[in-house]
Design a binder for this molecule. Structure first.
Ligand SMILES: [Zn+2]
Length: 338
């Protein structure tokens, strides 16, 4: 082959590869955006959570306009911090409302992600009873349908898979949900976020991912800060899984704990596996005027200034609140390399 041809070949190969990277997308309630546009992201929050039993849960339990007017000021508070994207983690049967989120997104200009998946934690109060007779394939079929054709008749597609499993006893139902999440991931490329808690439950789930050939980088271990052993958190981060320190609160005890975790992850060179958020909000149907809402700002007005005063650089902060979320939520199938 001539030199010029080789050069052309290399240039086009580079072009194809770089396009492939640029094409990675995030699925929001108002459509797809390039992962590079996700910006500063809150990776685990809630607009609305309804703790009513599954049989009595319905969107008629609240008025959408009241929810929006109550939540809007808390979204406005995010503007000075340039938050571009908000990941809403309320699953189906626990207050997921894609149309409410889409309206909020249009009103605020903040991208919002919703999810597909079921939540077995909280004594299975929020999961269909039919699950007992369903196979992982049958469950996955429902979630894949949502991912491909939208949720109900809204046309709104989920941007990730959210499951919730019981921390203390990893039941057959829990295993089924994780298996269904793996099947859905392999078909759709959506990232799996699992409400988990301790390391033992995270490891049990990663074992199921392995059986299905799903790479740990497709899995977000939600509430990883609940695990008391930092060594255990490190071990799981080193496996390639996302560890979500998603319970930042305003109180000093919380700021100190999260500061400690962040410095530990930095010293062990695992900051590239960390996600941060508040698990805050939310409008709660059944409470007068939706109850009290916890704001989504402690990360910006308390934790970040604190960790920076303790030696974190802006680049390290950007890694955790911008770069990592885009990598974690960019839609693509992640199989274990053979
Ligand atoms: Zn949550």
């Amino acid at each position: 082959m001539k030199k010029a041809n080789i050069y052309l070949l290399l240039v086009s190969l580079f072009f194809i590869l770089s396009c492939k990277d640029n094409d990675l997308k995030i699925i929001t309630v108002t459509g797809e955006i390039p992962a590079s546009k996700m910006g500063i992201t809150l990776t685990h929050e809630h607009v609305l959570v309804d703790f009513a039993m599954i049989d009595s849960i319905t969107p008629n339990r609240y008025n959408k306009d009241s929810v929006i007017s109550k939540v809007l000021p808390f979204f406005e508070e995010l503007k000075p911090y340039k938050v571009a994207t908000f990941v809403d983690c309320s699953p189906e049967f626990l207050g997921r409302d894609p149309q409410l989120l889409a309206e909020l997104s249009r009103k605020t200009g903040i991208n919002i992600l919703t999810n597909t998946g079921w939540y077995a934690a909280d004594n299975k109060r929020h999961i269909p009873k039919e699950i007992n007779d369903m196979s992982p394939e049958e469950i996955a079929h429902i979630w894949i349908e949502e991912a491909k054709n939208g949720i109900g008749n809204t046309g709104i597609k989920p941007g990730f898979i959210k499951i919730g499993i019981n921390d203390s006893d990893f039941s057959e139902t829990d295993k089924k949900l994780v298996a269904a999440a793996c099947l859905t991931h392999l078909e759709t490329g959506l990232t799996i976020m699992s409400h988990t808690g301790r390391a033992s439950a995270a490891l049990a789930q990663l074992q199921i991912l392995k059986q299905y050939g799903v790479d740990p980088s497709a899995f977000i271990w939600a509430h990883a800060m609940v695990e008391s052993s930092k060594d255990n958190i490190l071990t799981i981060a080193q496996m390639g899984c996302w560890v979500a320190f998603d319970g930042v609160r305003e109180e000093m005890v919380s700021i100190i704990r999260f500061n400690d975790l962040l410095h530990y992850m930095k010293s062990t060179r695992q900051l590239s596996r960390v996600l941060l958020s508040h698990d805050a909000g939310w409008y709660q149907p059944g409470k007068p005027n939706g109850g009290d809402i916890r704001s989504y700002t402690s990360l910006f007005n308390s934790l970040i200034p604190y960790v920076m005063s303790e030696g974190f650089t802006q680049k390290e902060i950007d890694q955790v609140i911008t770069k990592n979320p885009a990598e974690a939520f960019a839609v693509r199938v992640r199989k274990i390399a053979k």
